[in-house]
Write a protein that binds this ligand. Structure first.
Ligand code: DOR
Ligand code: ZN
Length: 425
């Protein structure tokens, strides 16, 4: 295994120090370290963070390898500072059996750029009718602990209750895409002043809030763990605040795009801004940011949703919802939160690792910890060029925007996956 001596790095914003990586772990920190066998990295001005962990990534394999593969998505993740991603189940075939989750898990190991932890579907084929083989997926080599029909809501309350009961036995989690389907039929964007003006069918905030309210009550009743995907409204934050105050075992995520972009982007009719749940209002963004700081929202998750050109570059109504996220998430977090490194580490690494049970991730770089970390240049500014992204798709909403921060290097268990801003595989 390679050894690395990282010189003058600021660990989570602290005074610069040297950091020695050997045999997959951080063996020493301190000034003036030497190691003749180690590759030296000059990290003047760089900040070291625990490797980022994404609880919500769409890798599209199997089935839509033209949009992304486990390998290309893993590369995008490593370049974004990630060392682990949870792969959503809405593939084709759906990841609703032990066979499919093991396939995704194996492809992740073969790519070797990040740890790929498959999420299993809650219902067969995401159809919302029968529970999938949750136990078989949990016992498979992929050791699935999080189940989600993401892209679809588990709308049937009885099925949701059964799913929560089932996973309780192994402390599993149901991750809900909160969208009351009858309230969002034909919806194209956030329901509000802009949708009225544009004449597009609206997706009302209450469609999300009603499902979250129902599901926190179900989780409380059953005593199981619930996770809410991509929280997007101020009202959802209040429901979650109430549930957490009651001690409900609920966690929640917000995406970078819901922290930054408003529904006014739809005025361009550029489908790159079409996403589900939709971009909301400035009031929602303010509430989401405050909740991320005070902890009512536990984590930032990307909802990285690559789509092929023909699925995105068409009329708004026909375009698929979703946007890329892995290669820009840390920049958006820096933009939104500023250099609050401890908070960024908490919301993008430690807490998502803990929720997902990824015990090798989410450790601050310190002697004895796994060398699973990323180096950021906070002073860098970069212009986002879609053609330069590692993802196989191009649907970034940040095209030609200048964003702060750049990932310089990423290490997974002591091996570099990214150096000088370039992926090594
Ligand atoms: O915008 C979205 N895209 N929201 C989802 O829930 C699913 C995702 C996808 O798979 O493209
Ligand atoms: Zn979703």
């Amino acid at each position: 295994m390679n050894s690395y001596l990282i010189r003058n790095v600021s660990i989570l914003g602290a005074a610069p120090t040297d950091l020695l990586i050997r045999d997959g772990v951080v063996v020493e920190t301190g000034t003036g370290l030497s190691a003749s066998d180690a590759t030296v990295i000059d990290a003047d001005g760089l900040v070291a963070l625990p490797g980022l962990v994404d609880l919500h990534t769409h890798l599209r394999e199997p089935g839509r390898e033209d949009a992304e593969t486990v390998e290309t998505g893993s590369r995008a993740a490593a370049l974004g500072g990630y060392t682990a991603v949870c792969a959503m189940a809405n593939t084709s075939p759906v990841a609703d059996t032990a066979g499919v989750v093991e396939q995704v898990w194996r492809l992740g190991r073969e790519a070797g750029l990040v740890d790929v932890q498959p999420i299993g579907a809650v219902t067969v084929g995401l159809a919302g009718e029968r529970l999938a083989e949750l136990g078989a997926m949990a016992e498979s080599a992929a050791r699935v602990r999080i189940f989600s029909d993401d892209g679809h809501c588990v709308a049937d309350p009885r099925l949701m209750r059964r799913a929560l009961e089932y996973v309780k036995a192994f402390d599993g989690i149901i991750a809900q895409h909160a969208e009351e389907p009858r309230l969002t039929e034909g919806a194209q964007m956030h329901e509000g002043e802009v949708s009225t003006r544009l004449g597009l069918t609206g997706w009302p905030a209450v469609a999300e809030e009603a499902i979250i309210a129902r599901d926190v009550l179900l989780a409380e009743h059953v005593g199981s763990r619930l996770h809410i995907c991509h929280v997007s409204t101020a009202g959802s934050v209040e429901v979650l605040r109430h549930a957490k105050a009651r001690g409900v075992r609920v966690t929640a995520e917000v995406t970078p795009h819901h922290l930054l972009l408003t529904d006014t982007r739809a005025e361009t009719y550029d489908p790159v801004f079409k996403v589900n749940p939709p971009l909301r209002t400035a009031t929602d963004i303010a509430a989401l940011r405050a909740a991320l700081v005070d902890g009512v929202i536990d984590i930032i998750a990307t909802d990285h949703a690559p789509h092929a050109v023909e699925d995105k570059e068409c009329e708004w109504a026909y375009a698929r919802p979703g946007m890329l996220g892995l290669e820009t998430a840390l920049s958006i977090a820096l933009d939104v939160l500023g250099p609050q490194w401890d908070l960024i580490a908490e919301r993008m690494s430690r807490t998502p690792a803990r929720i997902a049970g990824l015990t090798e991730h989410g450790h601050d770089p310190a002697p004895g910890a796994p060398a699973t970390l990323t180096l950021v240049d906070p002073a860098a500014r970069r212009v986002i060029e879609p053609a330069e992204l590692a993802s196989r798709s191009r649907n970034t909403p940040y095209a030609r925007m200048t964003l702060p921060g750049r990932i310089v290097a990423t290490f997974l268990r002591g091996e570099a996956t990214v150096l000088d801003g370039k992926a090594l595989k």
